[in-house]
Design a protein around this ligand. Structure first.
Ligand code: SF4
Ligand code: SF4
Length: 370
């Protein structure tokens, strides 16, 4: 196996500076409000060195250990989604001109070059799914502008959380594609691989040393062990058919007794793309901003149609979320809409775990299998 070049830990700052010199704003994971969030990164010291995490249903806790590593955690509540599909943005403006005519102006697309350090394999897979939606199924110029500006530096995941199941969905913990550079982290630094022509050009500029084969094998083993530690699985077979055969399963009511319909699961999910649009008029009535914002299949208004809320109760909303994400997404986009990041499990305030719900609904001996 070819051993990638090695970037000593001290070279990380040089990598950030090189990206800045080339016009990128650098973004990377940092500690914010007891969680790991992406924010502007100008100094390698801002990275969460020595931070590990525990995640379980309804729980996310960080802990500090004595380690130089900056990526010994699985993920935070954000994926790449807010960087490409803004949580709230103006799409166009309308204004009444002095002559009484109404003038419309399109909002400018955000195309500032952005280099993102620390992208996870699951989030690259989610980005590919969002590309299918926003670049192909429903082409969106705002997403397109933000997407094209990205330079993505993946870090393979050596510390899966208990909630992760990217190995079951086939999306991680090793990044396979969709990155410009990918890093294997060790105590001493990073093995670096290029994954695109832009990544290859940047790779040539890095202060790399020849990689040691033994150290690279050990780093690769860490990723394999990270996959083996994951315990959550998905039902085998045609999940779309299984779910749609069980639309009246009693489990939908049982989960609805716990579910708060808060929508947290859809907000942290890196593949959810539902949104609503509304007008925000000025107080003088002379102008208005047309806004788009993330919405959720758990919000009552999301299924409001011709005077009726189609999914009036929590059971029908939870069923919509699960049957779409794990079922009809197959027909729509050729694969499940879940990349196994586990965020919906950790950030659900009551700890609902879709892998457990799927197991309960799809178990072969159930009464709905007759
Ligand atoms: S459904 Fe849950 S585990 Fe799957 S991609 Fe969305 S947040 Fe991650
Ligand atoms: S499953 Fe959890 S996060 Fe999702 S809407 Fe219900 S309570 Fe909220």
């Amino acid at each position: 196996m070819e051993v990638p070049g090695f970037l000593p830990r001290a070279g990380l700052q040089q990598m950030i500076s090189l990206l800045q010199d080339q016009g990128y704003r650098c973004v990377g994971p940092q500690l914010r409000d007891d969680a790991i969030l992406y924010d502007t990164l100008s100094d390698a010291d801002q990275l969460p060195a020595g931070i590990i995490q525990q995640q379980s249903p309804g729980a996310y806790r960080l802990q500090r250990i004595d380690s130089p590593r900056c990526f010994s955690w699985a993920n935070g509540p954000q994926a790449l989604k807010p960087l490409t599909f803004a949580p709230r943005e103006a799409l166009w403006y309308a204004r009444v001109e002095p002559d009484g005519n109404l003038r419309f102006r399109e909002a400018a697309a955000d195309d500032e070059p952005l280099a993102v350090l620390g992208v996870r394999a699951c989030d690259l897979a989610a980005l590919a799914l969002q590309d299918q939606h926003f670049l192909q199924a429903q082409p969106d110029p705002y997403y397109n502008a933000r997407r094209r500006r990205l330079f993505l530096i993946a870090v393979h995941c050596s510390h899966s959380a208990d909630t992760c199941f990217c190995a079951a969905t086939g999306d991680g913990p090793q990044a396979q594609s969709g990155f410009d550079l990918a890093l294997h982290e060790t105590d001493e630094g990073f093995f670096v691989r290029a994954g695109s022509p832009a990544g290859q050009a940047f790779y040539q500029q890095l202060p790399l040393e020849p990689g040691d084969a033994g150290a690279f094998a050990a780093a690769s083993r860490e990723i394999e062990e990270s996959a083996l530690r994951q315990s959550r699985t998905l039902p085998v077979g045609d999940l779309e058919r299984q779910l749609f055969d069980r639309l009246e399963h009693p489990q939908w009511q049982l989960v609805a007794e716990r579910c708060l319909s808060c929508g947290n699961c859809t907000q942290v999910c890196p593949t959810c793309f539902c949104h609503s649009e509304n007008e925000a008029p000025s107080l003088d009535g002379l102008s208005s901003e047309h806004q788009r914002q993330w919405d959720s299949c758990f919000s009552p208004g999301h299924s409001y149609l011709h005077g009726t809320t189609l999914r009036a109760d929590t059971a029908s909303r939870y069923r919509q979320w699960l049957t779409h994400k794990f079922g009809s997404w197959q027909t729509q986009y050729g694969r499940s809409g879940c990349v196994g990041c586990g965020r919906c499990i950790s950030w659900c305030p009551v700890g609902i775990d879709p892998t457990a719900e799927l197991a309960a609904i799809c178990q072969p001996e159930g009464p709905h299998d007759a």
